[in-house]
Every structure is written in structure tokens, then in C-alpha cells.
Write a protein that binds this ligand. Sequence first.
Ligand code: OSB
Ligand code: MG
Length: 371
Amino acid sequence: MRIAQIILRVISMPLKSPFHTHLGSVTEREGIIVEVIDSNGISGYGEGVAFSTPWYTEETVATSLHIMSDVLIPLLKKRPIKHPEDAAILFQSIRRNHMAKAGLEMAIWDLYAKRNSTSLSNVIGGTRSEIASGVVVAADSLISSLNQIEKYLEEGYRRFKIKINPNQDYAVLAEIRRYYPELPIMADANSAYTLNDMDRLKALDDFNLLMIEQPLASDDIIEHALLQNEINTPICLDESIVGFNDAKNAIELGSCKIINIKAGRVGGLYEAKRIHDYCLDRGIEVWCGGMIEFGISRAHNIALASLPGFTIPGDISASNRFWEEDIITPEVCVKNGFVSVPSTPGIGFSINEKRLQETTRFKKAFKFENK
Ligand code: OSB
Ligand code: MG
């Protein structure tokens, strides 16, 4: 696989409606679109999913851009690769910066699949032709949460994730349950609690939640195990799992019963697949998390979620959940609560060039010398 050029673009797009968590609100999404072009002119695409500020993990658009431009692309120039896994392994010599690594690694996976005229799902071992679709409700009031649920229910979504925190948990969930006693709902706390909140968290057992995602801090791996012993609701870890070893440790310690896998958070598809395979062997359920992403990352998520261990509907919503117009064509659609997995080469979606151009704020090309 001969890389001829890599193009990095920073794009920016307003969300259709603000995304609220206890850590703040997202109204405008910046992201990095990675294009890796081989010597035959075939392009593979990836997406750097860090946010503008480090509210979710420590990476940002600026740190990702720096690590890609000044560290990872120079590494790729020095060491030619034959397979996307070679890139993942090459990047292991660099500490952390998982989202920066993933943006490049995933573009290389797309390119590899396209060069082999097969789908990305097929290349990574996907077994599903469609995926059950879930959606996140990240509203700032009860009424707006209920309105969003009603709307998304009509659109066919099969799982509803509600953002919670100590000021907005029991009462909100009780009200939602009053209207929707059987709805498949889960809660995501993004580390809003500590073990001092044990009673609050125990009380949430009243609501038959599918799971509670990341109740405690990302490094509270032992505290999560203590909490899981006290509550019936399964704990799912998100921010705590940034690589294979975190997954292994969490499972060993009993810190969670479910893992949310985001390829961006763990450094790419190679690491995501390792975590998936390990969980599948041990009967730990996994699902694919979202990052308020654009179509390219969403397309990668669809391929990832087609692996056999992804048994719970993920944050795989339609393009129109967040965007007026996405950067891919066709856009991701949810029909009867399912998204279909493309069987065409690579990620299976094309770039909406006009939309990409009008949202691009920065662009830089890195030419490779091929002798
Ligand atoms: O904690 O899962 C999270 C969005 C951005 C950053 C972190 C998280 C989220 C979501 C889901 O909850 C977003 C989505 O559906 O894309
Ligand atoms: Mg989460």
C-alpha cells in the first residue's frame, strides 16, 4: 500500500439543536476529516473525533491536528505499511492521543478495503447486514426530553439514552417511565457521580434501565467495581476504556457488565476489534458509542457495529439527528429502527464534496515521496 498524499481538513458545522450534558453544551461541532490517497489515486477517509475543548477526554481538535501533522504522518512517511494493522502497531510507539491515531488508522482501513474492492465491514469481520439504531436524548429540561423521546420514537429508534447527573436523575427518569413504562432506556452520567452518591445511584434500580453508563470518574475503576456490587443496574464503561488493557482490567475487577466501544476513543479499529473479540469470548456485551460525529465516522461505526459481539443498539442515529446536511452521500438513514450496512467498497458512502467544501475551515496536504 503506497501512500501518495494525506490531506487533513478541519470542518465546522452547527448542530440542529444544542447537545446538553452536565459538563456543558455543544452547539457547534468541529472535526478533522482525514483523507489518505494512494499512488493509484484511491482515497480512504477517517475522522478525528476530538472536540474543540477537552470536556470528554483530554484530546482537542488542536492537539489532534498537531499529533497527526507533526508526529504520526512523519512516522508513516518513514515506515511504509502493508496493512492497516501495521499503522495501528506503528502508532503504539506514541503515547495515548488515541483520537488522533484513530483518525489516520481508520482512513487507512477504508483505503485498504477499497483497494481490495470489498466493504469495510467485510474486511474487519462483520456478520450483520443491518444494525439496530439507538439515539441520545441530551436535553436541558424534562419537557424537552419528553418531546425528543416522542419524536425519536416516531422515527423508529430502538434504544434511548438519557443524560443524567445528580441534579437531574430520579425525577426525570420517573417521569419518563410514567409515560413510557416499557421503553428501552439507559442513562449516561459522563462521570457526574462519586461513591458518596451511592444511595442516589441505588435508587435508579427502580427504573429497569438497560444500563448506567460511566457513573464515576474515568480512573475510578475500583470504585466502579464496588458500585456494581451494590446496584442491580448493569454498569457500562465509556471514558474509562481507552485501550484493550482497560477493558481487560475492568472485566477482571467486575467494574462493568457492558462496554461502550468507540473506535476513536481507543485509537482505531484494530484496538476496537481486540476489545470486541475479548468481550465476545467472555460473554461481555458491547455496543458502539457515538461522538456527535459526521458521516465518515458514522460510516465507520456502522462497519464496526456489524461485528457479532455488538448485541445492544448503539448511538448509531441517522445523519439528520444532528445535521441539516451531512458530508456524505447518501446520508445515514434509519428505517424501522435499523441502519443497513453497505456492501459496496470501503465505508460504502461517498463524500458530499459541496458540503465538505462549505464547512472546511482549514486544509493542509502532506505529500509522500515515493521512489
Ligand atoms: O458520553 O457517550 C458519550 C457524545 C459526545 C461525547 C460523549 C458522548 C456522547 C453521546 C452520544 O452521548 C452521542 C452520539 O449519539 O453521537
Ligand atoms: Mg458516554
